[in-house]
Design a protein around this ligand. Structure first.
Ligand code: C5P
Length: 432
């Protein structure tokens, strides 16, 4: 059974290397704190040139550790911190930090503390793409992976100096998700799923959020979906190496780094976006969006005026998941007559948010929508918050999970998607 984990009560040391992305470490410290962690900071001397130590003193009420020779430290501060921490995350891990770690050096407070760390250790590299591309850096990363160090990013995207490429540090929320998922899934040690890019070569599509069905220029029918589950799915897939398309209804969340995000409003817009992306070839579709089943039969061009009682006529929206399921079933039937078998892709995963009888309805949806997996949860567990409790319902049976963060649940869903793909022996849609 998985423990219910956010970061509440977790003790995290944030290590900061000397790169421009150090400014984002401030937000990481805040984010970990918001998620309930107790945070301490260790900086390299070079990091203090990018962000002032006093910033962390202000945020955490204690100064960061920078210099092991500081006489104000009682005892061996690196040993104490290493013992204290449930996890250490280095953000940014610069080319220089990676090189020194790969060599087993302990010549400053950050490296000495990492050497004493007893909890899990996660590196979030950030550097110019040409530095990331150096054979020496790649050799060092390989060595560190082999030695059991774990990585989040870097991602492809714009860099501080205006350039673009692989070398951008993962967003603080993505790093916090990775840490949380690792702690949740593996009870204290980062597991293979987070360490390896096991979704690399896959093109995946995730939908998120509600849809808004307009009544007139100012009113709409919507629902309370926050989009957090779909965004967590997209972030985790990206961190695990997939090419990710996120089709989102109206939500108050920022686009995840490295993910192609398409914003839509209505179910019909979501339908069109999903269909056009699926037509280009995708390996997995996860419909985490709370798509409106109905829309107003008419959309008034002008604001509707008050006048007595009114009844609202609603018409059905397309059921995107059911349509994808039906199309895939048709292709499978056609393929049965072909000499060249066509692959029954994409893997289709739906969500079922219910207020009662969660599992029974989920089994019904698995059949009626002809999908591979339904992630079923009760409305009270899943809406708006940062945690979720779900049952994974497939033809093989039901896997009931404990309450966990949406990032951790996202990892469990991607694990299930990979199992479904390998059970069906599917090739990739892009041929990679
Ligand atoms: O609304 P319902 O419970 O049927 O939703 C189950 C699944 O079907 C969800 O994954 C949802 O995203 C998807 N769905 C859809 N199109 C709709 C309604 C729901 O793709 N019109």
């Amino acid at each position: 059974m998985l423990p219910a984990v956010m970061l509440s009560g977790k003790r995290i040391v944030v290590g900061i290397g000397g790169g421009i992305a150090a400014f984002k470490a401030v937000e990481l410290v805040r984010e970990l704190g918001r998620r309930g962690a107790e945070v301490r900071v260790v900086m390299t001397p070079a990091a203090t040139r990018f962000v002032g130590p006093v910033t962390f003193t202000g945020l955490l009420g204690r100064p960061p550790v920078v210099d092991l020779w500081d006489p104000s430290y009682a005892g061996e501060v690196h040993v104490e911190l290493g013992d204290w921490a449930d996890a250490m995350v280095v953000a940014p891990a610069t080319m220089n930090v990676l090189a020194r770690l790969a060599q087993g050096q302990a010549n400053d407070a950050l490296l000495a503390t990492l050497a004493c760390a007893r909890g899990l250790r996660l590196l979030a590299p950030a550097m110019h793409p040409s530095m990331w591309g150096q054979p020496a850096t790649q050799r060092n990363v390989e060595t560190l992976r082999t030695d059991g160090w774990h990585f989040c990013g870097p991602v492809d995207g714009p860099l501080a100096n205006g350039a673009s490429g692989v070398g951008r540090m993962a967003e603080p929320s993505v790093i916090a998700d990775a840490l949380e998922a690792a702690l949740a899934a593996h009870g204290g040690a980062i597991g293979a799923a987070q360490a390896t890019e096991d979704l690399r070569g896959l093109r995946v599509l995730v939908t998120a959020g509600p849809t808004y069905e307009d009544l007139d220029p100012v009113r709409f029918l919507g629902n309370r979906s926050s989009g957090k589950m779909g965004f967590a799915l997209a972030s985790r897939a990206r961190a695990r190496g997939a090419e990710v398309l996120l089709v989102s209804g109206p939500v108050a969340l920022t686009d995840p780094a490295g993910v192609t995000t398409l914003r839509v409003r209505s179910a019909r817009e979501m339908h069109a976006a999903v269909k056009s992306e699926v037509a280009k070839g995708v390996d997995v579709v996860i419909m985490a969006a709370a798509v409106a089943d109905y829309r107003p039969a008419e959309q008034a061009a002008e604001k509707i005026k008050k006048a007595g009682e009114r009844a609202l006529e609603l018409v059905r929206n397309p059921d995107i998941l059911a349509e994808l399921g039906a199309e895939r079933a048709e292709r499978a039937t056609a393929a049965a007559h072909d000499t060249e078998p066509r692959s029954p892709t994409p893997v289709l995963i739906g969500f079922a948010l219910e207020t009662t009888d969660v599992e029974r309805y989920a089994r019904g949806k698995l059949v009626s929508k002809r999908c591979d997996l339904i992630v079923a949860n009760e409305a009270r567990d899943g809406f708006a918050g940062d945690t979720n409790r779900a049952h994974l319902v497939s033809a093989d049976g039901v896997q009931s999970l404990d309450t966990m963060s949406k990032a951790a649940l996202a990892d469990r869903i991607w694990d299930a998607a990979l199992r479904l793909r390998s059970a069906a022996q599917l090739p990739t849609a892009t041929g990679n």
